[in-house]
Design a protein around this ligand. Structure first.
Ligand code: GLY
Length: 479
């Protein structure tokens, strides 16, 4: 069976890896913007073919489909989904793992997602307001007296969130000007014609986690929880990135999330899939993920949704799957997910990304550097590597401006972290590399934070005040 994989990062390498090792013997073909060495290896080993081009271009994807005649399509990143690449496969009559453009809107438009949650009374929803102009948003912020999160109203690769926790600090003219400038920066990140630019939400706090659920439109399959580490540098400082690492486990939980919280989160996602169907009359096929926070307001609370695997979250989950994940992809695309069985290693996993200095601020600074790594030594230590934003050019690995590698280790958090600490010694570059040694090590902090918010939201359950902050309503803030 021929599978055409769209995308070029570490997440797509992990998808290719699961397809390549499936006993079903899939032939893997790929379309990427550059030759990812990991995907290339799978393509070669399965007698597929590698194509280069714009993964969001309908015309390019149609050309490749014509050349390959795939039996299944697999779409990794969000951008091709937003550009209707799953629709292209569907129109050609090819089953596809990845949601249609209409349903991927759950990620593309934060405003649409919030509206849906309110319309269908989905738990874990935050109050919000949307703005078409930067001026209106700035005016609202200056007049409103509570803590808020200001975000681009659509997906911009995890960038752009600004939390304003102390509005009093903005009362001086200088600070007002600074605020307007920073809102303007956020407002300019998302520019879709006819859509709001900025969304402002009530601010919540607590440990974050992600639940990925596979859906074929008829049944669903939840995957183990993960936690993403967003900030570029050690101890959670520095700019927000797509994720500098992730953890998962043990088993299907995280040490700071209970079974009940897992079940409630799964309920939120299932309700969301149903609501998407009600709104669009289209089945949701592929992955939907709730990027969650455990808050005193709701317990499990939705920060945003993904319409695909998180990256680097995929790298924390896929290597833990002992059953045939390639087959699960096929069963999902063909509408037979109810037949899928999934067995996941009980041990935890830790993922750490390696990125060239410059990421995520300057793509130019982070591009065109050589990366050298000793794969055998990394394997001897017991870790695996997924190749991300790094191209095979001749015999050299050249950085493409984002996270170049993801190192994965399965085992308890301490052991996995120690092994990963060793692995970084086997990776070199002609530029400085960013790598967070703390990922997998600060679990107690999350446990303590979760205990505090758990105490508070359980109190709200007893008082009948779960989810009610009484500050503003979604369409008309009180300020
Ligand atoms: N790790 C966050 C994302 O994939 O957007």
């Amino acid at each position: 069976m021929k599978v055409l994989l769209i995308g070029d990062g570490a997440r797509e390498h992990s998808l290719a890896y699961s397809l390549g090792k499936s006993p079903k013997g899939y032939k893997v073909f790929a379309l990427s913007t550059y030759i990812n060495p990991g995907i290339n290896e799978v393509v070669k080993n399965t007698n597929g073919e590698y194509f280069i081009g714009d993964t969001s271009s309908v015309d390019r994807v149609k050309e490749v489909i014509k050349r390959v005649s795939p039996d299944i399509g697999v779409i990794g990143p969000e951008d091709p989904l937003f550009h209707g690449i799953a629709n292209v496969f569907k129109e050609e009559g090819i089953p596809v793992f990845g949601p249609l453009k209409e349903t991927a809107k759950i990620e593309e438009s934060k405003a649409w997602a919030r509206q849906l949650m309110w319309k269908y009374s989905i738990p874990g929803r935050l109050k919000y307001r949307t703005f078409y102009t930067i001026e209106e948003a700035a005016e609202f912020i200056l007049n409103y007296g509570g803590s808020i999160a200001i975000k681009p109203a659509g997906q911009v690769g995890g960038r752009g969130v600004k939390v304003v926790a102390d509005l009093e600090a903005y009362l001086s003219q200088d600070k007002r000007d600074a605020l307007s400038r920073s809102v303007s920066g956020i407002g300019n990140l998302y520019k879709k014609e006819g859509e709001p630019k900025i969304i402002i939400e009530e601010k919540v706090d607590g440990p974050e986690y992600t639940l990925h659920v596979i859906s074929d439109g008829y049944s669903t399959l939840p995957l183990p929880l993960t936690q993403d580490y967003k900030n570029a540098y050690q101890d959670g400082i520095g700019p927000e990135t797509g994720g500098m690492g992730s953890i998962s486990g043990p088993d299907h939980l995280l040490p700071f999330i209970t079974e009940d919280e897992y079940v409630s989160t799964y309920e939120i996602i299932k309700k969301t899939i149903n609501a998407i169907y009600e709104e669009t009359k289209k089945n949701y096929v592929g992955i939907i993920a709730g990027q969650m926070m455990l808050t005193e307001l709701w317990g499990p609370t939705v920060i945003e949704f993904y319409s695909r695997f998180g990256d680097p979250e995929a790298s924390a989950i896929i290597p833990r799957v002992d059953s045939d994940f390639g087959e699960i992809i096929e069963l999902t695309a063909t509408g037979h997910l109810s037949k899928a069985k999934i067995k996941v290693k009980e041990e935890s996993s830790v993922v750490r990304a390696v990125a060239p200095l410059g990421y995520p601020i300057s793509k130019q600074m982070a591009s065109n550097h050589k990366i050298m790594l000793d794969l055998n030594k990394i394997k001897e230590v017991g870790c695996i590597v997924f190749f991300g934003s790094v191209a095979l050019e001749g015999m050299q690995l050249i950085t493409k401006g984002s996270r170049a590698l993801e190192l994965v280790c399965i085992g308890d958090f301490n052991t996995a972290s120690e092994k990963l600490d060793k692995c970084i010694n086997y990776i070199h570059s002609d530029t400085k590399l960013i790598y967070r040694h703390d990922i997998g090590k600060n679990i107690t902090e999350h446990i303590e934070k979760a205990e505090i918010v758990r105490y508070s939201y359980k109190n709200r359950i007893r008082n009948g005040t779960l989810g009610s902050s009484g500050i503003w309503s979604p369409n008309g803030g009180l300020w």
